[in-house]
Design a protein around this ligand. Structure first.
Ligand SMILES: *Cc1c(COP(=O)(O)O)cnc(C)c1O
Length: 398
C-alpha cells in the first residue's frame, strides 16, 4: 500500500477519534523511525512514552520471539513462568507486594479504584470516595474517565462513577478540604503528564502521604507515564522518599507490547481483591509478561534509569538554553526525561509540533500549549543536540 492509500482507507474505516499527523510510520531503529515514503525522523515522543528502550533494543526482540514460539496465551487459570518473573521484578522494583497485570493503563486505574474500594469495604467503610486531581489524566474507560479531572473529556459522558471528588494538584489544603469519613483513596500522578508536565512538589506529596497514613486512606500513585525510569529513577515516587499503597503502571512497562499493572502493598493486598473479585482474559498473558520481564532485566543490567537521569540533566540544560533564546517560551518544567516547554499564545505548541515533523522530529504536546519531551531513555547527547537544533529553527519560524 502506498502512503495515500493507507491514509484514505484509515480515514474511511477507522473511527475518527484522533487527529493524526500526516505520515504513516513504517519501521523504527534505536531512537529513529522511518515513514512509508522512506523519510527519517528523530523520535522524541516514543509512541507516547512507551518505547523507553527505543526500537529493537538488543535482546528485546529475541525474548519476544522465543516466547511467541512457546505460547502467547494461556488464560489466567494456569501458572506460567513469564508471569512469575514479571510480577517478581515489578514488585521488587517498587517495594510493593502483589501485582495484577492488565492490557492498558486505563484498566490498571480501574483495578486500583476497585482495590481501594474493596479495602475500605473490608474495613467496614463501604461507599468509598476517591479524591483525584484537577488537570489529571488517568485514561478513557468509564471508570478511569471518572477520576480524570478534565471537564472537556468528561462532559458528554455523564453520569460517571459516583463518589469522586477533585482537588487542586500541589495544593495540600485543597486536598484536605475534600476528605470525608468515606474517603478511601487519594489518586494522583507523581508527575502530571497529559495535564502539561507538572511534577508533584516534595512538600505536597510528603504531606499527602502522612495524611493517608494517619487516616488509613490509600495513596494511589499513577506512574503510567512517569514510571519505568522516565524521571531518572525506576519510579518517580523514589525521588520523594515516600511509598504508595497502590501503584499503577503501563506505557513503558512492555516497551511496545501492551501491558499494564496495578501493584498493591501488603496491607492493601490483605484487605482488598480476593479470588473472584477481579479478572481479565488477556491480562498477564505470557507474551506481555515476557516483554515486561525482559524490560526489567535490561533496565537492571544496563542501568537504564541512570542513563535517563544523565540524559535528562543534559536535555534540561539544553531546554533552558532554548528558553533563554526564544521569548515565546514561558516556562520549562519536568523531571529527568519527562519535560515540558510551555509556549505563549503567539506560538501554538500544535503548530510547533507540526513544523518539527516536517523538519524530521517527532514531538507531541500536552496540556494547554506545552511541547512535551518523552524520548526513549537511551537517547544520546547528539540526538538531544539534533532535536534542540530543529526546535531552534521551529521556534524562529512560527
Ligand atoms: C496514558 C496514561 C493513562 C492511560 O493509559 P492507556 O494505556 O492509554 O489506557 C493513564 N494515566 C496516565 C498518567 C497516562 O499517561
Amino acid at each position: 500500500m502506498n502512503t495515500e492509500q493507507i491514509k484514505r482507507d484509515t480515514e474511511e474505516c477507522v473511527l475518527h477519534t484522533y487527529n493524526r499527523f500526516p505520515i504513516a510510520i513504517d519501521r523504527g531503529e534505536g531512537v529513529r523511525v522511518w515513514d512509508t515514503d522512506g523519510k527519517e525522523y528523530l523520535d522524541f515522543m516514543a509512541g507516547i512514552a512507551v518505547y523507553a528502550l527505543g526500537y529493537h533494543y538488543p535482546g528485546y526482540d529475541e525474548a519476544l520471539i522465543s516466547q511467541l514460539k512457546k505460547t502467547i496465551h494461556t488464560s489466567n487459570l494456569y501458572y506460567h513462568e513469564p508471569l512469575a518473573k514479571a510480577a517478581k521484578a515489578l514488585c521488587r522494583s517498587a517495594g510493593l507486594s502483589k501485582a495484577f497485570f492488565t492490557n492498558s493503563g486505563a484498566e490498571a486505574i480501574e483495578g486500583a479504584v476497585k482495590a481501594a474500594r474493596k479495602y475500605a469495604f473490608s474495613k467496614g467503610r463501604p461507599g468509598g470516595e476517591i479524591i483525584a486531581m484537577h488537570s489529571s489524566f488517568h485514561g478513557r474507560t468509564a471508570g478511569a474517565l471518572s477520576v480524570t479531572g478534565n471537564e472537556h473529556y468528561q462532559e458528554a459522558f455523564r453520569p460517571l462513577l459516583g463518589g469522586v471528588r477533585f482537588a487542586a494538584f500541589n495544593d495540600y489544603e485543597s486536598v484536605v478540604s475534600q476528605v470525608t469519613d468515606r474517603t478511601c483513596a487519594i489518586l494522583l500522578e507523581t508527575v502530571q503528564g497529559e495535564g502539561g508536565i507538572y511534577p508533584a512538589e516534595p512538600e505536597f506529596l510528603r504531606k499527602i502521604s502522612e495524611l493517608c497514613r494517619e487516616k488509613d486512606i490509600l495513596l494511589i500513585l499513577d506512574e503510567i507515564q512517569c514510571g519505568m525510569g522516565r524521571t531518572g529513577k525506576m519510579w518517580a515516587f523514589q525521588h520523594y522518599g515516600i511509598q504508595p499503597d497502590i501503584l499503577t503502571c503501563a506505557k513503558a512497562l512492555g516497551c511496545g507490547i501492551p501491558v499494564g499493572a496495578f501493584v498493591l502493598n501488603e496491607k492493601t493486598a490483605e484487605y482488598s481483591l480476593a479470588a473472584g473479585d477481579h479478572g481479565s482474559t488477556y491480562g498477564g498473558n505470557p507474551l506481555a509478561c515476557a516483554a515486561a520481564a525482559c524490560v526489567f532485566e535490561i533496565f537492571d543490567r544496563d542501568d537504564i534509569s541512570e542513563k535517563a537521569a544523565e540524559a535528562g540533566a543534559y536535555l534540561a540544560e539544553k531546554l533552558d538554553g532554548l528558553a533563554a533564546r526564544h521569548s515565546c517560551i514561558t516556562a520549562h518544567r519536568g523531571l529527568g526525561l519527562m519535560r515540558g516547554l510551555e509556549l505563549d499564545e503567539s506560538a501554538g505548541a500544535g503548530a510547533a509540533a507540526a513544523l518539527a515533523l516536517k523538519k524530521g522530529l517527532l514531538i507531541i504536546t500536552a496540556g494547554s500549549n506545552v511541547l512535551r519531551f518523552v524520548p526513549p531513555l537511551i537517547v544520546s547527547r547528539d540526538d538531544i543536540d539534533q532535536a534542540v537544533a530543529i526546535l531552534d529553527e521551529v521556534l524562529d519560524e512560527i
